[in-house]
Design a protein around this ligand. Structure first.
Ligand code: PLP
Length: 432
């Protein structure tokens, strides 16, 4: 399938070029030229076929002819080798998306994208390596680093703000070695992001180094996130629950929820979604007032959602026209004290340790009217609580039990380089 460019629709690009470029030349996003549909036969058996087969059926139209079915199968097998359990919590469920290698839902998109980019850039026979340059406020970095670890022909350079991310997040970026370099920036996340932006437009630099990004606007990171919604749907049916799921998605850049909407559009029987945000609530205000007015970003406990101008919202508007949008999505915002209260409540009532992002998803379900005769609420738990153990400690005063993978991390040596300015970054990228 080809992808058009939301800025100038007449220009189309192949899947592989959209993956390599990430963002279109006019800085707008790529969008699939048509919405494929599940066949009637597939829909009949949708709860029973293995997840991997369903994933292949769903992704094939989006990735062919650039990936053969066998190539796609191999990539998906390497992407989906962990569980997506559905856990009952009171009258709702949570879909745990944190059982991947870096304990965050971004693993699926990052792994899928890394394999695609490795493959497509290899086919170009470029003489120089490609460098993936990412700024992270904590959660993206680990998933991207892990996804690209050992991918031939690709170097990864990650910038994170010194002292402003959790211990586990830092270890996930700084202990890998190989083709992964972690840069500790004296400054804020905004400084990291501004250095990265400067690098992309630095003619000096890009004349001898091919730079690309790995953020959620890349179609290869966005689309595979549909698979979570398939997994949840199948798990729900396996539990004998025939109701229609209503997903509450803790949202920052709105990539995950937009993938859920795409899953609905290609045929997964869903009706509507809940977007749950922290106080960075541009979309919530927009849906209530029809005025899109981003404010400066406010730091919160759910810092992976500290986004005030969500890049994927334009894709949601492409999928649903205004009136439809009101039917398909309800949005709510919650502040840090509500988040902490929800974490407390989940622990006290159900013995469930939630991270701050999942807790906001839970609050979304509690805020929205749900007709429990025909609908059932599922909130997405997007990160393992150990990644946000400071917030957990604050809310319920316990130390999160670390999974084996974290114990292993804690035994490894941290390696990073400190930088203080864009010049430091440029020198570093120019020297090797
Ligand atoms: C990235 C992230 C989110 C937000 O996802 P979007 O696709 O950007 O809306 C939510 N929770 C966690 C833990 C994340 O890392």
């Amino acid at each position: 399938m080809n992808y058009y460019n939301l800025g100038s629709r007449s220009i189309v690009t192949s899947f592989s070029d959209a993956v390599i470029q990430g963002i279109a030349p006019d800085r707008s996003l790529y969008f699939p030229e048509r919405i494929p549909q599940f066949s009637v036969d597939l829909l009949k058996n949708i709860a029973d076929i293995p997840l991997i087969e369903l994933a292949i059926e769903a992704m094939t139209p989006f990735t062919s002819p650039d990936l053969t079915k066998e190539e796609l199968r191999l990539i998906l097998e390497n992407t989906l080798d962990f569980e997506f359990p559905l856990v009952e919590i009171g009258s709702h469920y949570t879909l745990e998306l944190f059982h991947g290698p870096t304990l965050a839902f971004k693993d699926v998109g990052a792994r899928f994208m890394a394999q695609c980019l490795g493959k497509f850039s290899g086919q170009k026979n470029w003489s120089t390596k490609t460098t993936v340059l990412v700024a992270t406020s904590g959660d993206t970095g680990g998933a991207v680093a892990n996804g690209f670890l050992g991918v031939e022909g690709i170097d990864v350079v990650i910038l994170f703000p010194e002292g402003k991310i959790s211990e586990v997040q830092e270890l996930q970026m700084t202990t890998l070695g190989q083709n992964i370099t972690a840069l500790e920036v004296k400054g804020s996340f905004d400084d990291c992001q501004s250095y990265v932006k400067s690098a992309f437009v630095d003619k000096d630099l890009i004349s001898h180094r091919r730079l690309t990004s790995a953020n959620s606007i890349n179609v290869a990171r966005w689309l595979p996130q549909m698979l979570y919604y398939f997994a949840a749907y199948q798990n729900l049916r396996k539990l004998g629950d025939q109701r229609t799921p209503v997903f509450s998605v803790p949202s920052g850049n709105f990539g995950n929820i937009c993938a859920g909407m795409m899953a609905k559009e290609i045929g997964l029987p869903l009706e509507r979604f809940i977007a749950a945000t922290n106080v960075n609530d541009t979309v919530v205000r927009y849906l209530n007032s029809k005025v899109y007015a981003p404010k400066p970003t406010t730091p919160t406990l759910s810092n992976a959602m500290d986004v005030s101008d969500p890049s994927n919202f334009i894709r949601i508007e492409e999928l649903f026209k205004k009136q439809e949008l009101e039917r398909v999505i309800k949005a709510y915002r919650f502040d840090d004290s509500q988040t902490l209260e929800a974490m407390k409540h989940l622990f006290k009532e159900y013995g469930y340790v939630a991270d701050p992002h999942g807790a906001i998803g839970y609050l979304g379900l509690e805020a929205a009217p749900i007709d429990s005769s025909s609908e059932v609420g599922i909130f997405l738990e997007t990160a393992h609580p150990v990644k946000f153990d400071g917030a957990v400690k604050k809310a319920i005063d316990i130390d999160v039990v670390a999974p084996e993978s974290v114990k292993r991390l804690r035994s490894l040596q941290k390696v990073s380089k400190k930088i203080e300015s864009y010049t430091d970054l440029k020198d570093l990228l120019s020297s090797n």
